[in-house]
Ligand binder design. Structure first.
Ligand SMILES: C[S@@+](CC[C@H](N)C(=O)[O-])C[C@H]1O[C@@H](n2cnc3c(N)ncnc32)[C@H](O)[C@@H]1O
Length: 305
């Protein structure tokens, strides 16, 4: 197929799951499935409760993770989250660590599902530190970690000041350095008059492609949107160049990648890598930067901006 964009080569969802078989196996998932005339299962991706049941079922089937989401909170899609984790795995290999279990990662804004942290811990035995500012999300994240018996690998940290990313956390862990940080930042700009539904010709202000809009306003929006959030991560990374080997973030819009690269370039941060996360009709982007000579990130770049 022309221009077919594929998931990461190791992403198990490159081959679509057999939903009919899974509907037989998982009762809660079966309840949200529709049956086509030919007897095949059909999924309504625009329905929030269907998405919840789908993600819960896939996490259980493929990663033996049982996850609850706070009511009304963001429902993560698993193929995208997995693409990001697999890219991190690739970046970390440049470190040539003797033991993968030595890896320590920070999840900035883990959400109620705590999905990246759970995946990193369960799939790769990474030691994960999940930061979150929303109290309800924190409660659910803690419970998800406990339910999956991953407390020995995961620490959850309450972020009291939303405008800060690392300072308070680093102060609480003065002697620990980390291999990477990851982030799915709040996408929307809360300062816009209608941040979630504004239709505009300006690409940056257009809502991203969604199957179904899930999540609380507070989870999805911040002042300046994702560019400003990642800008803040960059500024704090300059204060702590040694504390994290590879700083990374996901971006929801291609134009944000160019703007973030501009910010990095102005700051003369040149050890930078970008990638695309392709999942069927949805594309997201990843950006990474490092101050360490141990990571040669440019070798991993897959995207010309
Ligand atoms: C878009 S959601 C991502 C949730 C989850 N990581 C995922 O990918 O499904 C962003 C999360 O960041 C949290 N957040 C916002 N500002 C934060 C900050 N300064 N520190 C930590 N978490 C923050 C929000 O409460 C929200 O849960």
């Amino acid at each position: 197929m022309k221009n077919k964009r594929l998931m990461h080569p190791r992403n198990i969802f490159r081959t679509p799951p057999d939903y009919t078989e899974l509907a037989i196996k998982y009762k809660e998932f079966r309840k949200v499935c529709k049956l086509e005339l030919n007897g095949r299962v059909c999924i309504d991706y625009r329905n929030e409760s269907t998405l919840r049941a789908l993600t819960q079922m896939l996490l259980e089937e493929y990663f033996q993770l049982r996850v609850e989401f706070a009511p009304g909170s963001l429902v993560p899609t698993l193929p995208l989250r997995l693409n990001y984790i697999l890219w991190l795995e690739d970046l970390i290999t440049s470190l040539k660590l003797a033991d993968a279990a030595d890896v320590r990662g920070i999840d900035i804004g883990c959400g109620s599902s705590c999905i990246y942290t759970l995946l990193g811990a369960r799939k790769n035995s990474w030691r994960m530190y999940a930061l979150e500012s929303n109290d309800v999300n924190l409660e659910f994240a803690r419970s998800n970690v406990k339910c999956n018996n991953l407390e020995h690998l995961v620490e959850i940290f309450k972020q009291t000041n939303k405008l800060i990313i690392f300072k308070d956390f680093f102060d609480s862990k003065p002697n620990v350095n980390f291999h990477f940080c990851l982030c799915n930042p709040p996408f929307y700009d809360s300062t816009l008059p209608n941040p979630f539904h504004g239709k505009t010709r300006n690409e940056d202000k257009r809502t991203p492609p969604h199957n179904c809009h899930t999540g609380h306003d507070e989870e999805l929006a911040c002042e300046g949107g994702e560019v400003q959030f990642v800008h803040r991560i960059i500024e704090e990374s300059e204060l702590y160049p040694e504390r994290i080997g590879i700083y990374t973030s996901m971006l929801g819009h291609k134009s944000s990648v160019g703007r973030i690269i501009e910010i990095l370039t102005k700051k003369q941060i040149t050890n930078v890598s970008t990638t695309e996360f392709c999942q069927g009709n949805t594309t997201r982007w990843g950006i990474a930067w490092s101050f360490s000579k141990d990571f040669q990130l440019d070798a991993h770049s897959s995207l010309k901006v």
